[in-house]
Write a protein that binds this ligand. Structure first.
Ligand SMILES: Cc1ncc(COP(=O)(O)O)c(C=O)c1O
Length: 357
């Protein structure tokens, strides 16, 4: 077993789940949630900070600042705590309460923007706030995951080779698209080393990354309200857009089999299974990436009241457990779920004003 001194030095890199028994289709899921930051974002956080250190961009008194849907914020909070840096994370209301509390417990300052930019949505509002901070004080260093080559570079360096080494016969890889760091790092690696592997991007309906119309999205992680600057579509073979209702159902289906994974995992798994169903004639070896675990989503994806409020009783009544042979097939009815659990802190925080600092 590894013995470490710094929290970012442990990351489970070789865990894959064979989902055939759960989904009835051949899909291997790379699990990225087993590290002290709890998500795949540990890799870009580490890479971006180490590059900035090497380039002399971070000095005594520097304050790291980043806009995050949550997971990068946690990873940077952890690394900043370990290395003795100050860190400000700019989030929006889609960030899970638990994720926000985690950042604060790690010593980060969390700034919450509550009003979307009229054109560029919540992401635009977050970036405006980051830019205001940087303009106000030269000590702020914006790592800028949206353009920083360390973001995709981390997945080129680690994630893609980890998958490639495990599956010499890989035909297709499904990758969720947020900043597109994971997607572009994997796409570049396979394009250069194994061009026969098809790269399929999975995005949330309502995201504009691949040219769709903007719409409200509730689940953090995937999707952008502005086009991701790092995205190079020439390296992508296909794109699958997934409705959030399907994301929730996929999460519930995985949880019903004991695999409690994050919201974006549900999106990627649903996108992968529907793409594979359309290509069923081919006998494909397929893998997908699960960015984080399910616990931070107890207030949302795994909260029956939240699901009921946003997607209706039907979302709860069809936990979609029936597809795989030999699995539980009893549907979960809304009536079986416990009484509402208030998420009052979250609401109270959001009511504090435009920016909570
Ligand atoms: C849970 C989760 N899934 C997916 C992503 C998207 O990853 P990327 O930004 O590399 O596209 C993120 C990014 O923050 C995330 O937190």
């Amino acid at each position: 077993m590894p013995i470490i001194k710094d929290p970012h030095l442990f990351n489970e890199q070789s865990l894959f789940v064979d989902l055939e028994g759960v989904l009835g289709c051949r899909l291997y899921l790379k699990i990225e949630g087993f590290n002290f930051a709890g998500s795949i974002k540990l890799k870009p956080a580490r890479e971006m900070v180490e590059r900035a250190e090497r380039e002399g961009l971070i000095g005594p008194g520097s304050i790291l600042v980043e806009s995050s849907s949550g997971n990068l914020g946690v990873a940077l909070s952890m690394i900043a705590a370990s290395k003795g840096y100050r860190f400000v994370c700019v989030i929006d209301p889609r960030c899970n309460l638990a994720t926000r509390q985690l950042m604060e417990s790690l010593g980060a300052q969390v700034d919450l923007v509550t009003e979307p930019d009229p054109v560029d949505g919540f992401l635009g509002a977050r970036l405006n706030h980051v830019q205001d901070l940087c303009a106000s004080d030269a000590r702020y260093i914006w790592l800028n995951q949206y353009t920083n080559p360390g973001n995709w570079g981390a997945h080129y360096r680690w994630t893609a080779p980890e998958i490639s080494n495990q599956f010499p016969e890989l035909d297709v890889l499904f990758v969720g698209a947020g900043t597109t760091g994971t997607l572009m790092g994997c796409a570049r690696y396979f394009h250069e080393h194994r061009p026969e592997v098809r790269i399929v991007a999975v995005d949330a309906a309502g995201s504009v990354s691949f040219g769709g119309q903007p719409a409200t999205r509730l689940i953090p992680g995937l999707g952008m309200s502005v086009r991701p600057p790092q995205l190079d579509e020439s390296l992508i073979d296909d794109v699958v857009m997934v409705e959030e209702l399907d994301t929730v159902r996929a999460c519930h289906r995985l949880a019903a089999a004991g695999f409690m994974l994050g919201g974006s995992t549900g999106t990627v798994v649903h996108g992968a299974t529907s793409w594979l169903a359309d290509h069923a004639a081919q006998d494909l070896t397929a893998a997908a990436i699960s960015p984080d675990m399910g616990r931070p989503y107890l207030d949302t994806v795994y909260n029956p009241d939240w699901v009921h409020d946003h997607f209706g009783a039907e979302a709860l009544a069809t936990a979609d457990l029936t597809a795989a042979p030999g699995r539980r097939s009893d549907p979960v009815s809304a009536a079986q779920h416990p009484a509402p659990v208030p998420v009052g802190n979250y609401v109270a925080t959001a009511a504090l004003g435009n920016y909570v600092q």
